[in-house]
Every structure is written in structure tokens, then in C-alpha cells.
Write a protein that binds this ligand. Structure first.
Ligand SMILES: *[C@@H]1O[C@H](CO)[C@@H](O)[C@H](O)[C@H]1NC(C)=O
Ligand SMILES: *[C@@H]1O[C@H](CO)[C@@H](O)[C@H](O)[C@H]1NC(C)=O
Ligand SMILES: *[C@@H]1O[C@H](CO)[C@@H](O)[C@H](O)[C@H]1NC(C)=O
Ligand SMILES: *[C@@H]1O[C@H](CO)[C@@H](O)[C@H](O)[C@H]1NC(C)=O
Length: 463
């Protein structure tokens, strides 16, 4: 009895179920009522036996999930013709399915089978675009890099990648207004790799996960590199992007952040080490106060130096052009670069990246990301010498060249040379002036660890 009511309820709702229902209870019912198959309003007599109960053919029988209409009510009384029962099978990419089956998943889209045998799929752009991959593989020689089909991207929408794998807000305004620095560099070598020059001191690629926190990662890892370099390995520390994600105000958390705010926070408040504030790829409640020390924040103190203060950086500055950036990397360590990301970048596997025509147009489909530049080089490709930057991404070591990528140098590919930032750490007991550049007085004075920080910085957020 109850079973039937449930079945009847389904009739009112789902056409597919209705078909099955009619198969199980073929009737006729309403059409078997010879004189008045369909009745108006509620008429208790307007019923037919079905299984062990009655079904109705009056207007009152359609009551949503409590309906008790006969299986052929719609057809007979409303003139709605049921779809043919053994409709159609659909085929989509060599998979057969019917309108009764669940929608099938095709990469980041789902497809359903219609009664007429056609297939309707959602139309989202996927992070792995198989057509784009094919084109890239075809273009490999002219483009100069190799694309691959990463399983981590499979099934994801491009918009997810754009929001959750990147995460640096359009830098135009704040970065452009930053202090600029030019390096009067000496001769620059053809090849330079900070991870070889300062072996063991440069952070490997980490993985930001599905959280748009590249703003925190590129900032924290570049700062970590520079602590290690400037302290000559005494302050080897992985700074905690999680603290920035949780504590820097006016950011969008896993939906992106501004680099200038990140640097201001590192300057005024400082961060603790990774072990003390582990990364969880989500925003959580900030557990570090701006007045904390490593002790009050319950962090384990470093072994090699007598540090109790959080790790702070001097003011960030920006570098203008190719040679300035190179000199900065060679003299002081890795730098942070913002880049405009095109769709094909996600599929990069190896080689010297440049965005392919296949990934354009659709300016609205590109977005900003920030990475570390750790060196440069050049490679002969045919008759051409191709110059590149060596960059470290934050998608884990499974991506690209062991977490790194190389990208065209000298032509502002993806705007990579437009927004390059650096800063210097307050290394413990480091007192030597780093450089003399008139404009950067504050930076010079501020560099070197402040041993007795009786001087309190105003809480972050007012600057
Ligand atoms: C259903 O399929 C059978 C054979 O499988 C066929 O004879 C019949 O005509 C089909 N009915 C409809 C409504 O398509
Ligand atoms: C890409 O990988 C997925 C599984 O990770 C696979 O189903 C798909 O067919 C692959 N596509 C291409 C073009 O290799
Ligand atoms: C970069 O700028 C500096 C001055 O700021 C200049 O000396 C140098 O030649 C420039 N380099 C390039 C590649 O334009
Ligand atoms: C570490 O620094 C604190 C305060 O800065 C000082 O009191 C302490 O004596 C130092 N310890 C060592 C071993 O230098």
C-alpha cells in the first residue's frame, strides 16, 4: 500500500520514473473509464483499482508528492504523451547510456541522454582542455615547450584553477606605486641558478593545494630564501604562508591576495615558521597576535641563533627591467614575480614557456599568479638563442620541471618582468649595510636584526 503511494508520488514528478511506473502497471486506468475518463475537482468515485488500492482520474489527484493519479492520467486527461518507453540509447565518446541512467561525467562537464537520442552536456571550460592539448603537442616545436595531461587537473573547471590555483590580485595599482630600485650590476653570467649558487638554501616548490594563496606562498618562500642566504645558512627557516592567509587583513584568503599587503605584514608583524603554523590550504582564524614573539606564539625556538622575535622583512621594492632583476637575484637572492597566467600554462610540462596563440584570445580568461624567480639561462633552439628565467611555482613538484618552469626572458612574457619584487630580511645579528642607495635609506637602516625590540610597531593595518 505504502509502496504504491510512493510510486504514485513519483509519477507526478519524474518523467523517467513515470515511464518505469507505466511499465510495471500498464493499465489502462483512466482510459478504461468509458463515460467520463477524467473528472473535475475531487471526485472520490473517479477511481480505478490498481494493485491492491485505487488510483484517481480527477483533477484533485495531482498533489505533488502526495498525488495519487493513475499512471495514464497525464496522457488521457492532460494530453501529455509519454515518451516512448524503450527510447533511445545515447552515445557520447564511445560510452552508451540511456535517459534512465545517471548523467555521465566527461572531464569537468556532465552529460545527459535525451529521449530523442541526443546528448546534452554542460559547457564549462575545463582545466584540461583536450583540444588545446592536442594543439600544443602539435605546436611543440614552434612553441618551445611540452604540454601534458595532468591527472590533478582532470575533471576540474578552468575557473576553479583560475581562482584556487593562482591567487594574486591584479597588481597594477599597488605595485606600480612601490619604490623602484635599479642595480648597477657588474657583468652578469649567462647562466645563474640560485639553487646551485646557494646550494641547499633555496626552498623547493611547495604545493598551495586548491587554495588561491600564491600571494602568501611566493612571499613566504622568497622571504625564507633570503633569510637562509643572508644568514649564510644559520637561519634556515620555512616561513608560514598559513599565518599570512589567516592573519593579513583585507585579503580574500583562498580567493587571492595583494602582495603589497603581504609585504607590509611581513615588515610590521613578521611571521613564524611553518612547523608552528602549518599550512592547511584553507583560511582559518588567525592565532598570532601582532605583538607575539616566537615564545608567546608557542613556537619552538631555532637552534642556531638566539632568536625570539618573529621573522620580519624590510620594505619591499620593485625591480624594473631584465638586467636589474638579474643583478638582484645574483647579489641578494630570489625575487618574487607576478605573471599573467593563460590557460595553457596549467599544462606546462617542460621547456621554455611562452603563452601560445592557442590559449588566447579571451583576456578575461587570464588571471594573475605570483612565483619566485631563482635564476636565468639561455638555450640554443635551432638558429635562435632563447633566453629564459628559471621560476619556481607553488603547485608541488609533480608539476613542470620538478615544480619549476622556465619562461621566456627579456620580452616581458606574461608580464613577468613588470612586477618583480624583493625585500631583505632582518637576519639575526646581521649588521652590515647591504648597499648604499640614497633613496633606500630606510631599507638600509632597517636591515639587520633588531636585537632588543623594545620598539613596538603599530598593529598591522594602519599603514
Ligand atoms: C520498443 O522496442 C521494441 C523492440 O526492442 C520495438 O518492437 C518497439 O516498437 C519499441 N517501442 C517503441 C515505442 O519504440
Ligand atoms: C587525460 O587524462 C585523463 C585521466 O587522467 C584521461 O581520462 C583522458 O583521456 C586524458 N586525455 C588525453 C588527451 O590524454
Ligand atoms: C635597466 O635599467 C637600468 C637603469 O635602471 C639600465 O642601466 C639598464 O641598461 C636597463 N637594462 C635593460 C635591459 O634595459
Ligand atoms: C639570547 O637573547 C636574550 C635576549 O635577547 C638574552 O637575554 C640571552 O642571554 C641570549 N642568550 C644567549 C645564549 O645569547
Amino acid at each position: 500500500m505504502k509502496y504504491l503511494w510512493v510510486l504514485l508520488a513519483l509519477v507526478a514528478f519524474a518523467g523517467v520514473q513515470a515511464n518505469r511506473f507505466r511499465q510495471e502497471f500498464p493499465g489502462p486506468y483512466c482510459s478504461a473509464r468509458r463515460y467520463d475518463p477524467c473528472c473535475r475537482d475531487r471526485e472520490d468515485g473517479c477511481a480505478q483499482p490498481i494493485s491492491t488500492t485505487l488510483c484517481y482520474c480527477d483533477e484533485f489527484c495531482q498533489r505533488g508528492e502526495h498525488g495519487d493519479c493513475c499512471p495514464d492520467y497525464e496522457e488521457v486527461c492532460l494530453g501529455i504523451i509519454a515518451e516512448p518507453e524503450n527510447a533511445t540509447a545515447c552515445v557520447h565518446k564511445n560510452r552508451y547510456f540511456t535517459p534512465y541512467d545517471d548523467a555521465i561525467v566527461d572531464n569537468c562537464n556532465t552529460c545527459k541522454c535525451n529521449y530523442d537520442g541526443s546528448v546534452t552536456c554542460t559547457q564549462d571550460v575545463c582545466l584540461v582542455d583536450e583540444d588545446l592539448l592536442r594543439q600544443l603537442n602539435h605546436l611543440e616545436r614552434s612553441v618551445g615547450w611540452k604540454a601534458t595531461n595532468y591527472s590533478e587537473w582532470w575533471g576540474r573547471k578552468y575557473d576553479d584553477g583560475k581562482v584556487l590555483r593562482l591567487g594574486t590580485i591584479d597588481p597594477n595599482f599597488p605595485v606600480k606605486s612601490m619604490k623602484r630600485l635599479s642595480n648597477k650590476g657588474g657583468a652578469l653570467p649567462r647562466h645563474f641558478d640560485a639553487s646551485e649558487h646557494w646550494a641547499g638554501l633555496i626552498a623547493d616548490a611547495r604545493d598551495q593545494g586548491w587554495c588561491g594563496s600564491s600571494w602568501a606562498f611566493s612571499t613566504a618562500t622568497m622571504a625564507s630564501d633570503r633569510f637562509a642566504i643572508l644568514s649564510k645558512g644559520r637561519e634556515m627557516v620555512q616561513l608560514a604562508p598559513q599565518q599570512m592567509l589567516a592573519c593579513v587583513r583585507r585579503q580574500l584568503g583562498c580567493k587571492g591576495g595583494y602582495l603589497d599587503s603581504a609585504w607590509q605584514y611581513l615588515r610590521k608583524v613578521g611571521v613564524v615558521n611553518e612547523e608552528c603554523y602549518p599550512y592547511i590550504a584553507a583560511q582559518n582564524v588567525c592565532k598570532v597576535r601582532s605583538t607575539d614573539t616566537l615564545i608567546t606564539a608557542n613556537c619552538e625556538l631555532p637552534a642556531k641563533v638566539n632568536r625570539t622575535e618573529m621573522y620580519r622583512m624590510g620594505p619591499a621594492f620593485s625591480l624594473n627591467n631584465e638586467t636589474d632583476i638579474m643583478a638582484e637575484i645574483k647579489d641578494r637572492g630570489t625575487v618574487q614575480a607576478i605573471m599573467q597566467v593563460y590557460r595553457d600554462f596549467f599544462s606546462y610540462q617542460s621547456g621554455i614557456y611562452r603563452h601560445s596563440a592557442a590559449a588566447t584570445p579571451a583576456e578575461e580568461r587570464s588571471a594573475y599568479h605570483s612565483v619566485r624567480l631563482i635564476g636565468w639561462g639561455e638555450e640554443r633552439v635551432g638558429y635562435e638563442v632563447v633566453k629564459y628565467w628559471i621560476a619556481v611555482n607553488s603547485w608541488g613538484k609533480w608539476w613542470g620541471e620538478n615544480g619549476r618552469f622556465r619562461i621566456l626572458r627579456g620580452s616581458n612574457e606574461c608580464k613577468i618582468e613588470s612586477f618583480v619584487l624583493a625585500s631583505n630580511p632582518y637576519v639575526h645579528e646581521h649588521v652590515q649595510p647591504i648597499r648604499k642607495v640614497g633613496e633606500l635609506q630606510e631599507f638600509r637602516v632597517g636591515t639587520g636584526y633588531v636585537q632588543h625590540p623594545s620598539r613596538r610597531y603599530p598593529p598591522y593595518g594602519r599603514g
